[in-house]
Write a new protein. Structure first.
Length: 433
């Protein structure tokens, strides 16, 4: 009668790439007590398919079998390692981190530490402790994406776009000419203005113009309840951006992330600002290809050190959308809804001082009124100007409190001239605050 193990060994030698055949052979080797040979066969599978669950299960099964044997009864097949056709003489190496294995029988004849290290399959230990994340293997904090939005996609705001082109994009696109005129390419750009006016959208458009990856970081992506973790998060996100260069690293709510250290903040907040300064002040080439942008509604609350040369030394005011921008925003929000007889020109004139978010809220409110009547009648009817006029009685510009604070800053705290753009807008538009 043919020995099934010998027959399978011969078959494996003829068909070394047949995974199912090799695993069948390994299973019979475990049943026969030839544990070392069984693990060698499973290792051959894991060398080709590191995630093969059946091979990993066989390794653990062999480990359990060896652990259950007494000191002198590991089985005759394991007292000497026999050469088996088709088995590798050296198990594949793996870069996986060593994990403390479960303790097997003391005298089973197998070097379990070596096997677990070489094969990359471990027997889970009976007790584990929580381990923190190593700085050498950082967890990505921000989502990395490639932006296709361009400044041409930003409706209106021609003055803002021109300022961004002159102060940021053109020097980056022509570094040799910029250096000839003494224009530094270091530092970042701070976008500021009332809430809901498209600062984040403009930052995405800048990334698209530069052909760079875009990483957006908000307050909850940086701050951590444990001491020292917030600073580590700042370092990790800079490292993530440097690895993806060319990249635009965008910090939203900069007044919260980099607030004034003299404002009586907790030491952890002050340390975050210190870490930002360290990351932006690199004296080597670590920040080549890294463009740092930030947005804030309250630039006067950002730590002064972050606005010095080499850091966020260029500030651009992004005000409420002008006539052209309001028309573009209204068209976007009305585009996917049924409309009839909408006088867009009159609507643009009636919404002066509205932010982009206010315009969205206005269209949503008008749509709700048309929808309510449609539900009552059982027939869908489009949004009409009567709906929009009714909505205008309910929706008001939301930037009034911001305007009041901004006016105080422009009049009494603009000695350095950093808020000249804001002061000019207040004089020209005369918004109500």
């Amino acid at each position: 009668m043919t020995d099934p193990l010998a027959a399978l060994a011969a078959a494996v030698e003829v068909l070394p790439d047949d995974t199912a055949l090799r695993l069948r052979y390994a299973g019979l080797l475990v049943d026969a007590g030839r544990l070392t040979d069984a693990i060698a066969q499973a290792a051959a599978v894991l060398q080709r398919e590191p995630g093969n669950a059946d091979a990993q299960a066989l390794v653990r099964r062999a480990a359990d079998a060896a652990g259950g044997a007494d000191a002198g009864g590991a089985g005759t097949g394991d007292t000497e390692r026999s050469a088996t056709p088709g088995s590798p003489t050296t198990a594949p190496s793996s870069p996986s981190t060593p994990v403390t294995p479960a303790t097997p029988a003391a005298d089973d004849g197998i070097d379990w530490h070596a096997l677990e290290r070489d094969i990359g399959v471990v027997t889970p230990p009976p007790f584990v402790t929580e381990q923190g994340t190593s700085d050498d293997d950082p967890v990505p904090i921000a989502e990395l994406r490639r932006e296709t939005t361009r400044l041409a996609d930003v409706g209106g705001l021609d003055g803002v776009k021109r300022r961004i082109e002159e102060s940021f994009l053109q020097p980056m696109a022509h570094p040799d000419i910029a250096r000839a005129f003494g224009k530094t390419l270091r530092g970042g750009l701070l976008l500021y203005g009332p809430p809901g006016c498209g600062k984040t959208f403009i930052a995405r458009a800048i990334a698209g113009e530069l052909g760079a990856h875009f990483l957006s970081v908000s307050l909850n992506g940086v701050l951590d309840k444990y001491i020292g973790e917030s600073e580590k998060n700042v370092h990790r996100v800079f490292e993530q951006a440097r690895a993806a260069a060319p990249a635009v690293l965008f910090f939203d709510e900069m007044d919260a992330i980099g607030g004034k250290r003299s404002a009586g903040q907790w030491s952890s907040f002050r340390n975050v600002v210190n870490q930002l300064l360290v990351e932006m002040d690199g004296v080597d080439a670590r920040n080549d290809g890294l463009y740092v942008l930030a947005a804030t509604n309250h630039p006067w609350d950002v730590d002064a050190a972050l606005k010095r040369p080499g850091r966020f030394d260029r500030m651009v005011f992004v005000g409420p959308p002008d006539d052209v921008a309001r028309e573009a925003v209204l068209r976007v929000h009305l585009r996917e809804r049924p409309i009839e007889g909408i006088d867009l020109g009159a609507l643009v004139r009636r919404t002066r001082g509205f932010s982009g978010a206010d315009l969205q809220h206005l269209v949503t409110t008008a749509a709700e009124k048309a929808m309510a009547e449609s539900i009552r009648t059982g027939t869908v009817r489009p949004i009409r100007m009567t709906d929009v006029r009714d909505a205008l009685h309910e929706v008001r510009p939301s930037i009034g409190p911001w305007v009041q604070a901004a006016r105080n800053v422009a009049e009494f705290a603009n000695t350095s001239g950093e808020y000249d753009d804001l002061a000019a807008w207040l004089r020209t538009e005369k918004p109500r605050g």
